[in-house]
Design a protein around this ligand. Sequence first.
Ligand code: SAH
Ligand code: ZN
Ligand code: ZN
Ligand code: ZN
Ligand code: ZN
Length: 456
Amino acid sequence: EGGGAMAAVAGSERPRPSALALLGPGPGAPCCPHGPALLFVKTSQGKEEGRRFYACSACRDRKDCNFFQWEDEKVSETRLAAREEYNRNHQPSFTHRQNVDRYKNFVLLPSSKRRFCQECQQLLLPAEWEKHSDHQFLCNITTAQLKSPSQLLYPLENKKTNAQYLFADRSCQFLLNLLTDLGFRRVLSVGTPRLHEMIQSKASQEEEFSVRSLLLDIDFRYSQFYAEDEFCHYNMFNHHFFGGEAARETCRKFLCEENGERVIMVTDPPFGGLVEALASSFKKLMAMWRETEKEGDDNEEMPMFWIFPYFFESRILDFFPSFSMMDYQVDYDNHALYKHGKTGRRQSPVRIFTNLTPSMIVLPEEEGYRFCTVCQRYVSSGNQHCEICNSCTSKDGRRWKHCVLCKKCVKPSWFHCNNCNCCTLQKHSCEKTDVGCFVCGKAGHKRSACPSLSHA
Ligand code: SAH
Ligand code: ZN
Ligand code: ZN
Ligand code: ZN
Ligand code: ZN
């Protein structure tokens, strides 16, 4: 159980015959080192079945955090005390404040004395060299390197927990241009260290560039490079600020739109993540924004870009009906599936979901995007306007075809199966239709053959 149970939840976003349901972060939830745990229950045919239990909100791999507790379990004082001690011991060895001081000392060092331990992922002060003597390290760390920590730190991509996939430069540049063109001057970067870094370094280099960013991320390594008003150690699955009230206040302050500086939140969560947990946290961040003193309509929502794969569209819209999905394909540096191949463009399934008016999101024409006057939004070059659906229906960038029996557009590779009474892959077994796919929830195929995922 424990983390293993969490692993089973991840990705299974639609109700299946047997699944785990998230009951949300309840008041009085027990804490693991990653903050309040989330409450889950096993479901069968959509009905709750069995005992409810708490598991870690952040870690989908039990190796990262094996927290587990039944909801109705009596936990003794001794065990509670032991748990508290365990949680304390599993916090980073330096505080953010200490890391800020260390950084100040580090930048005073001559280049020859600036070392970064690759094993500990830590900037080293000369007095610490000895302790790391048999670790691999980089020397002569430059100011440029300190300004792009996402290049210096290795991406935590193998750990299911972090799933760090960094934006390709052109996607990051596109996002930044887009939001500055839209007039935003403050960016709440939630799990977008590379965007944060691009904003920070531009702000330090260009006088007239006046955009500011606050990074919220669970990756504490970033606290070595950013001050307390630039980075908060944050868990986006339970809205937990590790730095307590002070960090929460930093975030609240940042969301106050002083001097008319408009705020947008940009987030790029791990894709295996629990959409309902993310949505619940994002609603809390939105509430934080709304509660700050501001002019204008009380019903307004904090502008947001939620970057996520297109096959989560219906899940995201369940929680945020005001959102729409843009056709822009977000590219990554270290993701084999999602980046441009050598031979032209590999399609990325990752999109921008936003509550801004779609027509305002101008997509680059030089990359083939065009404006559809009927839909009033930019669409990919392959996305043909379907006269019957009266919309540009492609989700993956390829031209989709209309099926009169299904009364909707479907992927070009699909055909209508009279057995299953729906469009699906040519290769599918009709009997398996009652069990939805683990990834997209649709019938007729298993996770490994899910057409939502392009295979490398
Ligand atoms: N494309 C982005 C990075 C997205 S990868 C960029 O280039 O800036 C996902 C990010 O979310 C990583 O930075 C990771 O550290 C962070 N993350 C993962 N789990 C998290 C959690 N529970 N809470 C907050 N941030 C998390
Ligand atoms: Zn080391
Ligand atoms: Zn159209
Ligand atoms: Zn159609
Ligand atoms: Zn069909």
